[in-house]
Design a protein around this ligand. Structure first.
Ligand SMILES: [Fe+2]
Length: 391
């Protein structure tokens, strides 16, 4: 660094992207079927016997593109997975970020009051180095881990490669990477302040709305609302929306319901970028993956909503009829830049089991729009409410 210059917070944090995320479950076979049969992902590695004995949990890593999920299930009462699952239904317990310079990230976070769970752990294998540390977060029991591999080609120490089942279909659905990570909390302020003051991220967007204003006569006796801010890391482009409930009907609202079902703040959804959202949705539906239903009124209103943002839906590569048929949402920005996205059903609903947890995935395809579907926040809530009112 040149004398007299200072590094931006984003540069000092040095996140490259999401390396992986850790999903704690009690039913690993169900996860295997979901990732292999549903998503068409392949098992990459599995925790070896020594690692299972050391950590007390069994783990399998599934991968497609640059997306890796570590699915862990307890083998002992004191392991991290067991401790998480004693307090919560199945869910995302940690997110691992790859960073440019682990020491720089450590120093930056230490100076800003981060709370390490352990010091930097280093493993040297086959001439390479695997170094990482973890911190607690303001998102309930979620931990963030920071990782640097130097000439290290494996996933992590103690993991062994998995022999592929020849019957397993090839991962052809074009999953690319984690796009954004959305958190729900009973109150947003401490989470937002933590992202800002500890991680050094910046706020890039905010909104609050409630669907009860659709009926100004006051005849509505229900509705759902939220307040949301989006924190982002300008360098890597990683975005972290944070939602809190908005009264009236606080208790019944979508965000409070998540917090109650999850027994505290947590990661509500992870958005995965895909190359061809329409093709992926078609294939996923054929493989028993369930999505949120989008009411027809959403598509009736979409052309006018997008026209206000200078997006002409007749000029886009994706046609509205196709999106309507597949239940895919659309948002855009001037000059016909747009994105399409769809939300999977949450695990508890999909499996009809509260212990499966309220987490869900989003699929997103970017056609020039770097946002995260800002327009769909309100549009989808309104459409659902309108359908309820007219039903
Ligand atoms: Fe999202």
């Amino acid at each position: 660094m040149k004398e007299g210059t200072t590094m931006a917070a984003s540069e000092e944090l040095g996140i490259i992207g999401v390396d992986s995320f850790h999903y704690f479950v009690r039913n690993p076979e169900r996860s295997r079927v979901f990732y292999e049969h549903g998503f068409g992902w392949r098992p990459l590695v599995r925790a070896g016997a020594k690692l299972v004995a050391d950590t007390g949990q069994a783990s399998t890593v599934y991968q497609s593109g640059d997306v890796r999920v570590v699915v862990s299930t307890p083998e002992s009462d004191s392991c991290r997975a067991a401790r998480y699952l004693k307090r919560h239904p199945a869910g995302i317990g940690s997110v691992t970020f790859s960073v440019e310079d682990l020491d720089r990230t450590w120093n930056f976070l230490a100076n800003r009051g981060a709370t390490p769970i352990h010091p930097i752990v280093e493993t040297r294998e086959d001439g390479g180095r695997f170094r990482h540390f973890s911190i607690t977060t303001a998102i309930g029991d979620v931990a963030f881990r920071f990782l640097q591999r130097t000439d290290y080609s494996g996933f992590a120490p103690g993991f062994e490669s998995v022999e592929l089942d020849p019957a397993q279909r090839a991962p052809t659905l074009g999953f690319k990477k984690v796009d954004h990570i959305t958190n729900n909390a009973p109150t947003m302020a401490p989470v937002k302040l933590w992202f800002e003051h500890v991680l050094g991220l910046e706020q890039c967007w905010e909104i609050e709305f409630h669907t009860n204003d659709l009926n100004p006569t006051g005849a509505n006796s229900s509705g759902t609302g939220l307040k949301s801010v989006v924190m982002w890391d300008p360098r890597s482009g990683m975005k972290f929306p944070i939602n809190e409930p908005l009264q009236p009907f606080f208790k019944e609202g979508q965000i409070n319901t998540f917090v109650e079902d999850n027994a505290g703040a947590g990661i509500q959804h992870i958005a995965l970028e895909v190359e061809d959202c329409a093709g992926a949705v078609k294939s996923l539906r054929e493989h028993d993956v369930a999505f949120l239903q989008t009411p027809g009124s959403y598509y009736d209103a979409a052309p006018a909503r997008l026209a206000k943002k200078s997006v002409d839906v007749t000029k886009l590569a994706h046609k509205m009829d196709q999106l309507r048929e597949l239940g895919i949402l659309i948002d855009g920005q001037p000059e016909n830049r747009y994105l399409i996205q769809i939300f999977l059903q949450d695990a508890a609903t999909f499996y009809s089991e509260p212990e499966a947890g309220p987490f869900f995935y989003e699929l997103i395809q970017r056609c020039g729009d770097p946002g995260f579907g800002e327009g769909n926040f309100r549009a989808l809530f309104e459409a659902i409410e309108r359908d309820k009112v007219t039903a």
